[in-house]
Design a binder for this molecule. Structure first.
Ligand SMILES: C[S@@+](CC[C@H](N)C(=O)[O-])C[C@H]1O[C@@H](n2cnc3c(N)ncnc32)[C@H](O)[C@@H]1O
Length: 232
């Protein structure tokens, strides 16, 4: 799979692509991450990528030309991709969306800055808008990393045996049950005894129950979805 990131801060990705799951997946040849700088595509002699908003108002807007040309030129070289504009007003990122994206051959993650993109960019590129959540960051780079990492760990062979994507939170609209490791007691806090019982059936049942309790308490919205799915 190819992940193309378009940004004015390519340097933010230099450690990211070498580290942990993404670094391992790149080494294993499962994923390629290419980072492109909008400024390299700007027709302005000072490599400017932004301008003042029509109609007035604070801040600067990312211009069409460098953004559109950056994506188009890269697609000319690498082939077409599913194009995603990172914006707070986009469709909220979810595990379902990550799973869907992980099945694409190529995705382009287009990072905004300042007051965001010229609104025509979306239409011109035929891009979709994705949000990392209902909050405002200063740029789309961290959301692009969220997507790159979330997608990469779903690619077959990317995860080592120490990390499993089985039974993680959001499977079945439930949060994951609590996990514990050694020692059995720490500062007076003991782990639930059932986990040392050796009875795998009981442990599985306990985990399922804990998972439901936790979801009901922390994410009642998810719990309702789970109940509707299972009619229980
Ligand atoms: C300061 S924000 C612009 C916010 C814009 N004026 C608005 O209110 O929608 C600058 C850039 O950060 C990125 N960004 C900020 N919050 C985001 C979020 N929750 N999800 C995805 N991208 C985000 C977007 O790329 C955005 O263009």
């Amino acid at each position: 799979m190819e992940i193309h990131v378009h940004t004015i801060f390519p340097e933010l990705f230099s450690e990211f692509v070498k580290t942990s799951i993404v670094g391992i997946a790149i080494e294993r040849g499962l994923v390629n991450v290419y980072v492109h700088d909008f400024r390299d595509y700007s027709d302005d002699k000072h490599r400017k990528v932004d301008d003042t908003p029509f109609g007035g108002g604070p801040g600067m807007i990312l211009r069409c030309q460098p953004v559109v040309d950056s994506v188009r030129e890269v697609e000319k070289k690498f082939g077409s991709s599913r194009k995603i504009l990172l914006t707070p007003s986009g469709k909220p990122l979810s595990q379902t969306m990550l799973a869907e994206l992980s099945r694409e051959k190529s995705i382009s993650l287009i990072c905004g800055r300042y007051e965001g993109f010229d609104a025509r960019i979306r239409t011109i590129l035929g891009a979709e808008e994705v949000s990392a959540g209902d909050y405002i960051l200063s740029g789309g780079e961290v959301p692009a990393m969220l997507i790159a990492e979330g997608v990469t760990r779903l690619i077959e062979g990317a995860l080592g045996s120490e990390e499993s994507k089985e039974k993680e939170s959001f499977e079945d609209n439930l949060l994951e049950s609590p996990g514990y490791t050694k020692p059995r007691e720490y500062e007076g806090h003991r782990i639930p005894g059932i986990l040392c019982s050796g009875d795998h059936g009981k442990i599985e049942g306990w985990r399922k129950e804990q998972s439901k309790l936790k979801t009901r308490e922390i994410r009642p919205d998810l719990y309702e979805k789970h109940k509707r799915q299972h009619c229980d």
